[in-house]
Design a protein around this ligand. Structure first.
Ligand code: ADP
Length: 406
């Protein structure tokens, strides 16, 4: 079951919003509605957030992100469509049931922290629990635990004003964690912070997420933040979701010109991973085979090397064309592993920017392995360069280049 499910949701502000939705469905544009005094903030948006996922809603200011988050936590009623939390459609809930969902299932982290200035850090962190009706001792224990988690152990008796911006937002995070909800909604939560502190918060969020497995809906107008944090990203434009996908899918296969232009300036080397740019390992030979078989494969496929694997498809080494030719000539029976060139192995999750140095040090392509250590693909140098430039490598040219040992 999805943690959050939005199905064809609409939000129109202004008079007679339901009629405006009908007009949108009949093909009216957002601009036409605007002239009639209706703002179509969210138009026909659908998405599913899976449990334990960081789902980012990304878009420019005014694209409808905050409206979406306020529909998720039940603060704004939908004009049309359905929003469900853990399988419960919000439209079917009474107002007291809705309140329960807001208190026990979702917690919010806001851009400007929203801390109570006259209460201590500890009281702020425990605030959600107080509303839930938990007794004082228990909520203090939970708040302290959450403050520890965000690195603020020992700060419980200070007032928020005595803390830096980054620390205040960690109190906001601790408050959401202490509430113990499965779902956390974060509305531009790091946007008010200095870049360095922001980066630290992003790292901390990823770490906490891996430890706690919360479902996080994160809203941002910052594409780099979206790409760093999001397991998946919904790209919004003028109230509509243009694309939902992983950072890599959005970079490699943008759904529209708008998305393509938007992501054009992204540092691809930090988003793409070895696994996503690797080529299928076409020049592979089992270690039990001999030089004759290797020679045949080299002739047929025209690479200058072969990747040798064992029966589990784990990489064993590389053999090179000239060594194979020599082995055939001298009548050798086993494969002539090259001792001159070590085989450069990289895990499939390695970001591309970490591959350049490895690639430059080796004559052979990088060999990409999956979590079980099996071969997932290879990255010849030319493929690495093409991936960074945003180009698509075509089979023949990459093979030609490999033949030339680029
Ligand atoms: P974002 O969070 O992406 O900046 P919002 O969801 O805040 O975008 O706003 C989307 C559109 O809806 C904007 O044009 C905004 O002006 C409009 N809007 C948001 N809230 C209201 C409201 N309460 N009344 C009228 N228009 C609104």
């Amino acid at each position: 079951m999805s943690a959050i499910s939005a199905s064809n949701i609409y939000k129109v502000f202004g008079r007679r919003p339901e009629a405006a939705v009908k007009q949108l469905q009949a093909g009216a544009t957002r601009e036409e509605l605007q002239k009639r005094g209706n703002t179509a903030a969210v138009i026909d948006a659908s998405f599913e957030v899976e449990p334990g996922e960081i789902f980012v809603v990304m878009g420019l200011s005014g694209s409808g992100k905050s409206t979406i988050i306020r529909m998720v936590n039940g603060l704004l009623p939908l004009t049309a469509g359905e929003m469900s939390i853990q399988g419960e459609p919000l439209s079917k809930l009474s107002s007291s049931e809705l309140l329960k969902v807001r208190r026990h299932k979702v917690s919010m982290v806001f851009q400007h922290f929203a801390l109570l200035p006259h209460r201590t850090v500890g009281e702020n962190a425990a605030y959600g629990l107080k509303i839930q009706g938990m007794n004082r001792t228990e909520r203090e224990a939970k708040a302290n635990e959450a403050l520890e988690m965000v690195g603020l152990g020992g700060w419980g008796n200070y007032k928020p004003g005595e803390l830096s911006g980054g620390m205040q937002q960690r109190v906001g995070l601790a408050r959401a964690l202490a509430a113990g909800t499965d779902i956390m909604l974060m509305d531009e939560a790091f946007s008010a912070l200095d870049p360095l502190i922001r980066r630290g918060m992003q790292d901390q969020l990823i770490e906490l997420q891996q430890k706690l497995g919360k479902t996080i809906l994160f809203i941002t107008h910052d594409l780099n933040e979206a790409m760093r944090l999001g397991d998946r990203i919904a790209m919004m434009r003028d109230g509509r979701i243009e694309q939902v996908g992983t950072a890599e899918e959005i970079l490699n296969d943008p759904a529209s010109n708008y998305v393509a232009r938007f992501v054009a300036d992204v540092d691809r080397t930090r988003v793409l991973t070895a696994g996503s740019i690797a080529e299928p390992p076409y020049a592979v030979i089992g270690r039990e085979l001999g030089p004759q078989a290797a020679h045949k494969l080299l002739r047929e496929n025209q690479p200058s090397w072969l990747l040798v694997v064992d029966r589990q498809k784990k990489p064993v080494g590389m053999v090179w064309e000239d060594d194979v030719a020599e082995a055939v000539r001298t009548g050798r029976h086993d494969l002539p592993f090259s001792t001159r060139h070590e085989m450069p192995l990289v895990d499939e999750s390695t970001p591309v920017h970490e591959l350049f140095e490895r690639s430059a040090q080796h004559r052979s392509p990088l060999v990409v392995t999956d979590p079980d250590g099996r071969v997932a693909g290879v990255i010849p140098r030319v493929t690495l360069l093409a991936a960074v430039s945003g180009g698509v490598t075509e089979e023949p040219s990459s093979k030609e280049a490999e033949g030339a040992n680029l």
